[in-house]
Write a protein that binds this ligand. Sequence first.
Ligand code: GLV
Ligand code: MN
Ligand code: MN
Length: 391
Amino acid sequence: MAVNAERFLADLHKLRSFGASGVGKGVVRPAYSEADIAARRWLAGRMEEAGLQVRFDPVGNLFGLAEGPSLLMGSHSDSQPEGGWLDGALGVIAALEVARSSDRPVSVVSFQDEEGRFGVTTGSAIWSGHLPLDQADGLADHAGIRFGAARTAMADLAGDFVDPGQFSGFVEMHIEQGPTLDTEDDQIGVVTDIVGIRDMKITFDGQQNHAGTTPMHLRRDAFQALSRFNSLINERFRNVVTPRTVWTIGHVSLHPNASSIVPGRAQFSMQWRDGDAGRLARMEEIIRQTAEEVAGDMGLEFGPLLGLEPVAMDDRLKAALEHGAEAMAPGRWRHMPSGALHDATNVSRLMPVAMLFVPSIGGISHDFAEDTDEADLVAGLKVLDKATQRL
Ligand code: GLV
Ligand code: MN
Ligand code: MN
């Protein structure tokens, strides 16, 4: 049976309705939110209708299992706090469509908290053994809620962890989330490797005080420390990084965050990514040294360092995707690295993995405006299906 493009697109739009933001095609469906759990329940029903055996594990990863040994496909259905309708969702619904139309045994997965409300690709990191469950349970989101508490929201659904031994490999389809395919007018990207990442929280603890009466030279202003830290690392990274290296301070919390109070505490996220593990380590040294230097006599705290190593895709699975790409988008596909993180990184600890990209319009993602031409979504689905037939 051939894949059904209309059914695939209808399910993709249905999934968007869980947590639809009201702005464009955006969604708000962070891990363990009401919308996320409702979406997972709906997905479980669609898996069952497709003849798959549904299984939720203790952290909310959702599997639809084919009978006997199978190829695993999927991605995640949680979103960023402001996310697009395709990030993760595309890989899950494409996997479902291939599973229900293919004569090959295909299992489907939607991993939990890929978007890192608590960690970095938390659900697949736990399943793969990269992140011990007791350690994960202690991780907190920006509001201070622990992973261990959040996952109890799905306790009524939880079964055992799924045995990875039944899967021969993992293929994840995803939007590119960057500008390359769109700019080059290519329709398909066959991923060669996924970058590595490091992520930690840093806190400067200064002295909260009156913004009118405290002379500048007597202040221990936590925001000024953060501002200096940012300028200094931008300068110091210059001798270390390549044009592909990226770093981001994406979340900042100032205490008490009031116009007339010298900020006593600044807590912020520091994230950096690169394809070279040595460079990630060198950047970490710079970050720690600079933070210590800037903090001076202020308090300084480094949170746990989370991370994933760079990984290469499996040659055999990649060749199947290349074959599919050449058949469905001749002359309009390319090899490319992934600068975004994916569950495939964790799954590569357990089995061979490969990934397939379709274009992101304007290279926009992690934003309500994220979108992809539906013709490209369907082209990706067909490449995935073609590759499956070859495996
Ligand atoms: C995953 O969404 C990432 O941050 O790359
Ligand atoms: Mn994603
Ligand atoms: Mn994402």
